[in-house]
Design a protein around this ligand. Structure first.
Ligand SMILES: Nc1ncnc2c1ncn2[C@@H]1O[C@H](COP(=O)(O)OP(=O)(O)OP(=O)(O)O)[C@@H](O)[C@H]1O
Ligand SMILES: [Mg+2]
Length: 265
């Protein structure tokens, strides 16, 4: 069954701008405007759009890191032992405390849960193995790892409390191409194994084609297109989508995609 995991209903987020004069009302800048869509259980929905169109703002509001100015976010009833959402960022330093061991950072999302310590530790070891790392890395510190390894650790941490939705905000943008492919493949594996829905924010349309079931295109805070990935890219109806596709042509060429792995020419 693939019911909606999440429904976003007329969501907006505005920020006050500086007042033009002392007693003038503060003008508002609307980063996300009247956004509505749903995410099915286990679905990978990509969010694309030009820089500054509001993707990260939308992600932060859904993740509960920022509050909406208007509208609603509705979650399906969660199975026991799950949380609705976790997030990974372009820079894994945002999820990993540089002064704490990997083991501490992984267990931190569960410190306040009822899970006994022994189970927390065995879950941590399992998660590290799932992302392709040895459980022994738990005693080491973030600076001892490469960017790709840190992103694996950030993914393991995000999955520790068993989220139903993972929001990945440009998770591979800071990595070199071969490592990007590995992290995308890993995301695909984790998604299948955990029946995880993913909100995949990326400027890399090739990666989007490889991983996303549907694509939502944003422009100036609004949704301008939403549909199955192949349809959106074959028949873009909005100029912003066309611009994104045109820009892709001047980027390096990738040749081959499979469901999980892509290679670079
Ligand atoms: N806390 C804030 N206060 C004021 N304005 C903000 C705040 N957060 C975001 N904005 C503005 O909202 C707009 C959307 O920003 P956002 O980071 O969501 O864009 P984005 O689509 O993620 O861009 P990029 O692709 O470059 O990451 C930007 O103009 C930004 O300056
Ligand atoms: Mg962003």
């Amino acid at each position: 069954m693939r019911g909606p995991l999440l429904e976003i209903d007329a969501l907006s987020r505005s920020y006050p701008l500086p007042r033009p004069r002392l007693f003038a009302p503060a003008p508002q800048f609307t980063a996300v405007a009247n956004m509505s869509f749903a995410v099915a259980e286990g679905e990978c929905l990509a969010i694309v759009g030009e820089s500054g169109c509001g993707k990260s703002t939308l992600a932060r509001v859904i993740a509960g890191l920022d509050r909406p100015s208007a509208g609603a976010i509705r979650w399906a009833a969660l199975p026991e032992g799950c949380v609705p959402v976790q997030m990974v960022f372009q820079d894994p330093h945002r999820s990993l405390n540089p002064r704490r061991t990997i083991g501490w950072s992984l267990q931190e999302p569960l410190y306040r849960s009822a899970l006994p310590r022994s189970q927390r530790i065995s879950r941590m070891r399992d998660m590290l193995e799932e992302v392709g790392l040895s459980p022994e890395v738990a005693t080491r510190y973030p600076h001892e790892f490469s960017g790709g390894q840190r992103q694996r650790i950030a993914l393991a941490r995000a999955l520790m409390p068993n989220p139903r939705l993972l929001i990945a905000d440009e998770p591979t943008s800071a990595l070199d191409l071969s490592v990007q492919a590995q992290i995308l493949a890993l995301l695909g594996e984790l998604r299948t194994r955990h029946r995880l829905a993913i909100l995949f924010i990326s400027h890399n349309l090739l990666a989007v084609r490889a991983v996303a079931d549907r694509v939502l295109v944003m422009a100036e805070g609004r949704r301008v297109e939403l549909g199955p990935t192949a349809e959106i890219f074959a028949r873009p109806t909005h100029p912003v989508t066309q611009n994104l596709l045109d820009a892709e042509l001047i980027l390096p060429n990738f040749t081959q995609f499979s469901s999980n792995v892509f290679t670079v020419r």
